[in-house]
Design a protein around this ligand. Structure first.
Ligand code: IVH
Length: 753
C-alpha cells in the first residue's frame, strides 16, 4: 500500500495505518501553518490530505481516530466564505396547500397570457420538492468553475471546494453550452443521515436535528475535507445563466441535464392539465415515506420555456412555477401561557408558550396566535372560527407546522380545559411601555401608540434595520442590537447611532474592545463593517426604515420612480397636505358606503370625496400633483403613500430619519437597466383594452426594458399606450401633449414580434 492507493482499494488494516499517517501529517501541517506561521505544504496539498482522510473515514467509520483531523477546525477564526454575486438571481417558489390554490395558479397563468377559456390547456411538469438546500453550479467550457449557495438570492457563498467533493456533481461536462449554470438541491438520504448522526454521537461530536440541517451543516464547512466525509447528494432541476438554450421545454431541458451527467428526479412527469397534476401529487405523496429522502411537496412548472419567458418573475418568485406543499404536521400539547410581543410597527402579537412537543421532527415550544380575534374564536370579518371556541391559558391545544413557517395553534380540546380557566383578556396597553394600544377600524391588529418611546418598537426597528435585505451589517445582528440598545456607555437607540458608534467609542474611556465578546480586532472589524455600509442603495435604505406597508418590493418601486433620496423626500413632503385630505375623503366615503342605498351609491361616494377635496382651505395644485404622482406609481397605492407621509411628518421619527441620512451616502437608483432599449428611463402609462397582451404582461415587459410604468398621466409621462376604450387618461395626455401610441405602435417600438 502506498500514499496513492485509491481509498476504495484499501483493506481495513491499511486504512487504519493510513489514517494514523494522515493524522500525523495534517497535525504537522497545522502546527506549521497556525502556530509557526510558516506553511510547509501548499494549500491544495493540505486539502488533498484532508479529503483523503475524510474519504477513508467515510468508508471505515469504525476506524475514525479520537484525534481525527476531521474534528479540528481547519480555517482560522473569522475566515468565512467569499461572497458570490449570482449572474441570474436564484428564486424561491410561491407556496400552495390546497388543490384549489393550484387551480387558481393555472387560472392566473391563463389570464396573464390572455388565453380564452376554450384555448388549449397549459402543460406543466410535476416533480418532488426536495427538502435540502439549493446550490448553483457554474460550468465554463464544460469545467466546473464555481459553486454557490443561494444566500439572499442575489449573493450567495462560494462553496466550490466543498461542492467538488460531492459525487453527484460532475467536475466536467461533455457537450454542454459554453456557459451553463446548473441549479438544484443538495440533500442527505435518511440512511446516510442516521449513520452520520450515529458516528457523530459515538465521537462525542455534534448531531443534527434532521437531514436538511445535516446537509446544510456539511456543505457549509470551511474545511472542504469535512464535507468530503459527509454523504451529500445532488438533484438538478433548474438552471441560471446559459450561453445557449438547453431545450424548448422544461421536460427536455431536465432530460438534457440528465444526459450531461446530473442526477434528476425520476418522479418528474409532464402533466396535461390540473387533474393529471393532482393525480401525480397524490402518487408522490403516497411514495413519500419510502423514497429514502425528505421531500415537502410537489413543484409544478410551466413546461413550455417560451411561455415561462413570457410569464417571467415577481420580485422573488417565478410566475410560471408553484410549490404544492404537503399538509402540515400536527401535535397536541398544553398552552402554558399567552405572551404579547411588540413588533417594529407597534403590533401587539400574541404568542403561545407551549409545553415543548415534537411536530414533524422539530421541537416546538412557541406558536403564534395571530391576534385578539383569533384567540376569541373569530375571523377578521367577525365570523366564528373553530366553532367559536376561544383559546385560554392552560388549554390543551393542537399545534401545526407547514414547511418552514412559524408554528400555529389550530384547535383547542374543550374537554381538557382546566377548571377555572378564564377567557384571555387582550391588553389595551402596551406591555412594554404602557402607552395605549389601539385598534383602528378595519385593522385586525392592536398597536402600541408609543412610537419610538416604546423600547420594544425601537429595538425591533433596529433589528429590521440591520437585517439581511436592509443594511446587512456584518457582526451587527439581532443579538448585538439587543446588547447595544441596553448599553449605557455606548448605546444604539436609533439607526443613526450605529454610524456614530466609532466616533463615540474613540471619545469613550470604556472602550468596546474591552467589553465582553470584543477585542481589539473584533471591535475594529465591527467599525469597518459599519463604515462599509455608509454607501447604501436607495431601495435598501427605504426598506430599512421599516415603515409600515413599505416592504422590499414597494421600496424598489419607490426607488426606481424617484431615483434619488432627495427627490423621494421632496416628493413625500410635497404630498403631505394632500395625504391628509385623502384620509378625510376616505373616511367620509366609508361613512357614505355604510349609509347610502346601493342605488346611486358610487356616484354619492364620488361626490362626497370630491366635496372634501374641494373644501377650504384649498389644496395647492402642487400638493395634489405630488400626491397623484405618489399613488400613481405602479405598485404603490394610497395605503403605502399614507404610511410614508405619516412617518415622514411625525416629528420625532423625521428627526431620526434626517440624522440617519446625514451619516450616509445614498446611491441613486436608475430604472431597470436595459441597454439599447428605446424606452429605458421613460415613464409609460397603459390605458384602455390591450388586445395582444394582458396589462400585467405589458407592465412587466416594459419594466424589463427599463421603462417606469405609472398608473396616471402627468407632466412627467413620456408615453401613453392607449387601447380601445381609453378615456380620461387619453384626454389628459392630449392636453399635456404626451406622445400617444396604440398597442401595435408600442409593440413595434419595443421590437416585439
Ligand atoms: S425550482 C426558479 N424545483 O425549493 C425556480 N425548487 O421553496 C427555482 N426546491 O429555492 C426553484 N425542490 O431550493 C425547484 N424540484 C424543485 C425543487 C426546488 C426543492 C427548493 C429550492 C427553492 C425552494 C423554494
Amino acid at each position: 500500500m502506498g500514499k496513492g492507493t485509491p481509498v476504495s482499494d484499501l483493506t481495513e488494516t491499511e486504512a487504519a495505518q493510513e489514517l494514523a499517517r494522515l493524522a500525523e501529517e495534517i497535525a504537522r501541517a497545522n502546527r506549521a501553518y497556525h502556530t509557526q506561521d510558516a506553511p510547509e505544504i501548499a494549500d491544495a496539498e493540505y486539502d488533498a490530505l484532508k479529503r483523503r482522510n475524510a474519504g477513508i473515514e467515510a468508508r471505515f467509520p469504525d476506524l475514525v481516530r479520537a484525534d481525527s483531523p476531521s474534528d479540528q477546525i481547519g480555517a482560522p477564526v473569522g475566515e468565512a466564505f467569499a461572497k458570490v454575486a449570482h449572474s441570474v438571481r436564484m428564486m424561491s417558489l410561491a407556496n400552495a396547500f390546497e388543490a384549489e390554490d393550484i387551480r387558481e395558479f393555472n387560472r392566473t397563468i391563463r389570464r396573464y397570457l390572455g388565453m380564452d377559456d376554450d384555448a388549449p390547456g397549459v402543460a406543466y411538469t410535476a416533480e418532488p420538492k426536495i427538502d435540502g438546500l439549493s446550490l448553483s453550479l457554474r460550468y465554463e467550457g464544460g469545467a466546473l468553475v464555481q459553486a454557490a449557495t443561494r444566500g439572499d438570492g442575489e449573493t450567495g457563498e462560494n462553496v466550490t471546494a466543498n461542492a467538488r467533493t460531492i459525487a453527484d456533481i460532475p467536475q466536467r461536462l461533455d457537450g454542454a453550452p459554453d456557459v451553463l449554470e446548473v441549479r438544484g438541491e443538495v440533500y442527505m438520504s435518511h440512511a446516510d443521515f442516521a449513520a452520520l448522526n450515529e458516528r457523530q454521537a459515538e465521537r462525542g461530536g455534534k448531531t443534527f436535528a434532521n437531514p436538511r440541517n445535516a446537509a446544510a451543516g456539511s456543505l457549509r464547512q470551511l474545511d472542504a475535507g469535512i464535507t468530503a466525509g459527509r454523504p451529500l447528494r445532488f438533484f438538478a432541476y433548474a438552471w441560471g445563466e446559459v450561453s445557449a438554450p438547453l431545450a424548448d421545454t422544461q421536460m427536455k431541458a431536465i432530460a438534457r441535464l440528465g444526459r450531461l451527467g446530473f442526477q434528476t428526479n425520476p418522479l418528474t412527469r409532464r402533466c396535461e392539465g390540473i387533474e393529471a397534476m393532482l393525480a401525480h401529487y397524490a402518487e408522490i405523496e403516497a411514495q413519500r415515506a419510502t423514497l429514502g429522502y425528505d421531500i415537502d411537496g410537489v413543484v409544478y412548472k410551466v413546461d413550455d420555456l417560451g411561455l415561462q419567458r413570457r410569464l417571467g418573475y415577481r420580485s422573488t418568485t417565478p410566475r410560471w412555477a408553484i410549490a404544492h406543499k404537503f399538509p402540515a404536521e400536527l401535535a397536541w400539547t398544553r398552552l402554558e401561557k399567552i405572551e404579547i410581543q411588540v413588533g417594529r410597527t407597534g403590533a401587539l402579537s400574541p404568542v403561545a408558550r407551549l409545553t415543548p412537543v415534537t411536530v414533524g421532527g422539530v421541537v416546538v415550544s412557541n406558536a403564534t396566535l395571530h391576534n385578539e380575534d383569533y384567540i376569541a374564536g373569530r375571523d377578521a370579518r367577525g365570523e366564528e372560527i373553530r366553532g367559536g371556541k376561544d383559546i385560554r391559558e392552560g388549554d390543551w391545544v393542537q399545534v401545526f407546522r407547514a414547511g418552514d413557517v412559524i408554528p400555529k395553534v389550530a384547535d383547542v380540546d374543550l374537554s381538557k380545559r382546566p377548571e377555572g380557566a378564564a377567557p384571555y383578556r387582550f391588553p389595551t396597553e402596551c406591555p412594554e411601555c404602557g402607552s395605549d394600544a389601539v385598534r383602528e377600524e378595519g385593522d385586525a391588529v392592536r398597536r402600541c401608540t408609543g412610537g419610538l418611546i416604546c423600547p420594544a418598537q425601537a429595538v425591533e426597528k433596529l433589528k429590521h434595520f440591520v437585517s439581511r435585505a436592509a443594511f446587512d451589517i456584518e457582526g451587527l445582528g439581532a443579538r448585538q442590537i439587543e446588547m447595544f440598545y441596553h448599553d449605557d456607555l455606548l448605546p444604539i437607540r436609533e439607526p443613526a447611532d450605529i454610524f456614530t458608534l466609532k466616533a463615540r467609542d474613540a471619545k469613550n474611556v470604556a472602550k468596546l474592545k474591552n467589553r465582553e465578546g470584543y477585542g481589539e480586532k473584533s471591535a475594529k472589524n465591527l467599525f469597518d463593517a459599519i463604515d462599509e455600509k455608509r454607501k447604501i442603495p436607495l431601495n435598501r435604505l427605504i426598506f430599512a426604515l421599516g415603515i409600515r406597508h413599505v416592504g422590499e418590493v414597494a421600496s424598489a418601486d419607490l426607488a426606481r420612480h424617484f431615483g434619488s433620496w432627495d427627490r423621494l423626500v421632496a416628493g413625500i413632503d410635497a404630498a403631505g397636505p394632500a395625504a391628509r385630505r385623502h384620509l378625510a375623503a376616505d373616511a367620509a366615503a366609508a361613512q357614505e358606503r355604510r349609509q347610502a342605498a346601493s342605488e346611486g351609491r358610487r356616484a354619492a361616494i364620488a361626490a362626497t370625496k370630491a366635496a372634501i377635496w374641494a373644501e377650504d382651505p384649498p389644496i395647492a395644485p402642487e400638493a395634489r400633483a405630488a400626491w397623484d404622482d405618489l399613488v400613481g406609481i405602479d405598485g404603490i397605492g394610497a395605503t403605502v403613500a399614507v404610511s410614508l407621509v405619516t412617518a415622514f411628518q411625525q416629528k420625532a421619527e423625521r428627526a431620526s430619519i434626517d440624522r440617519l441620512a446625514s451619516e450616509l451616502e445614498v446611491q441613486d437608483m436608475a430604472p431597470r437597466a436595459a441597454e439599447g432599449s428605446p424606452v429605458a428611463g421613460k415613464t409609460v402609462v397603459f390605458t384602455g383594452t390591450l388586445e395582444r397582451m394582458t396589462r400585467a404582461e405589458a407592465k412587466a415587459r416594459a419594466e424589463a426594458l427599463g421603462a417606469r410604468v405609472s398608473g396616471s398621466v402627468s407632466a412627467k409621462t413620456d408615453l401613453l399606450v392607449a387601447g380601445p376604450g381609453a378615456g380620461s387618461k387619453a384626454k389628459k395626455a392630449a392636453e399635456l401633449g404626451v406622445e400617444t401610441l396604440d398597442e401595435d405602435g408600442w409593440l413595434a417600438l419595443i421590437g416585439a414580434p
